[in-house]
Design a protein around this ligand. Structure first.
Ligand code: ADE
Ligand code: ZN
Length: 326
């Protein structure tokens, strides 16, 4: 199965997508121009995002966010991102939202941004059927004190739309235990929990995330492959990995897709799902991800159906939504 047209039509569930990271460069460039913000260094000659290495990527991501100022910007962004995802067969997406970029963690501002995003999600659902749920996300390198504010935003707005709490950012900063308070607060609010771990740091970081933050899902988690006992532990306990193969290759974690451990993790019994992370930054989309998996590992319809089933089971959403997606 290598026909991109056919691959695009397969129903997909994406559990790991950063809203700002999915912003088309042309959208950000236009906003920056309107606001007289100089982001010229952010784009290459083809108008694509320009960055180098993980630190460069994080800096480019934050630079792009500087153009996103108002709830209306986030409304427009959400519509574009969801329409684009739907065009690749995505029927359900969990999207990381960062109050750090939407009012700097202030709860009053956050409510306005969130209302705009949710209104756009409702429009997209009525236009193309795609269902979005939100994972409020703190940013690790902004530190544990700021993470508490973000957890408070998550707690205050937990419900039908905000269903999860997570942490992204630079995994080499701070220790997971320093964020336990925030994850405990989010758990008490009934939110599903996920944390980026085992992307840049090794297996011990995944163990610490599981032990200290008690998450059911791990963002990336691919470096578990370096520790056979850890992979067995993930398999036995049904921990779900939100793998993003194209992201890992673009960031230089693996030289080629065929070197990526997603197939080996799955063969060893770990529950894996597939997402794009920050598609325009990594020149990917869900069709391209599926195409790469088909080409590199020979995955076909039954493999993709199993991936979708795993994602549905692991989704942070209620039973009626789950039933609707079946
Ligand atoms: N934020 C957006 N994309 C990320 C990634 N791949 N790792 C950590 N933080 C991120
Ligand atoms: Zn991510």
């Amino acid at each position: 199965m290598t026909d991109r047209h056919e691959l695009a039509k397969i129903p997909k569930l994406e559990l790991h997508l950063h809203l700002e990271g999915a912003a088309p460069p042309a959208f950000i460039r236009e906003l920056a121009k309107r606001r007289h913000i100089d982001l010229s260094g952010l784009f290459d000659e083809q108008g694509q995002y320009r960055w180098q290495g993980f630190a460069g990527f994080l800096a480019a991501y934050e630079a792009a966010c500087a153009a996103l100022k108002t709830p209306q910007d986030y409304h427009d962004l959400t519509l574009i991102v969801l329409e684009n995802a739907a065009s690749h067969g995505v029927i359900y997406t969990e999207t990381f939202l960062s109050p750090d970029f939407c009012g700097a963690g202030d709860i009053v501002a956050w409510r306005d941004f969130l209302a705009a995003i949710e209104a756009a999600a409702e429009s997209a659902q009525s236009q193309s059927g795609i269902v979005m749920r939100a994972i409020v996300t703190c940013i690790r390198h902004n530190g544990p004190a700021q993470a508490r504010k973000i957890a408070a935003c998550a707690q205050e707005t937990a419900g039908h739309f905000v269903t999860g709490f997570g942490m992204a950012g630079d995994e080499t900063c701070f220790q997971p235990c320093e964020f336990s308070w925030s994850f405990d607060a989010a758990r008490e609010a009934g939110l599903g929990l996920t944390v980026h771990a085992g992307e840049w740091a090794g297996p011990d970081a995944i163990r610490a995330a599981l032990h200290d933050l008690r998450v059911s899902r791990i963002g990336h988690g691919v470096r578990a492959i370096e520790d056979r006992a850890l992979v067995a532990h993930l398999a036995e306990n049904g921990v779900v990995l939100e793998t993003c193969p194209g992201s890992n290759v673009a960031l230089g974690l693996y030289p080629r897709l065929r070197d990526h451990p997603v197939a080996r993790l799955r063969d060893a019994g770990a529950k894996v799902t597939v997402s794009t992370d920050d598609p325009p930054f990594f020149r990917t989309d869900m069709t391209r991800e599926y195409d790469g998996l088909a080409q590199s590992f020979g995955w076909g319809a039954s493999d993709f159906a199993e991936i979708a089933r795993t994602a549905l089971d692991a989704a942070f959403t209620d039973a009626p939504t789950r039933a609707m997606l079946q």
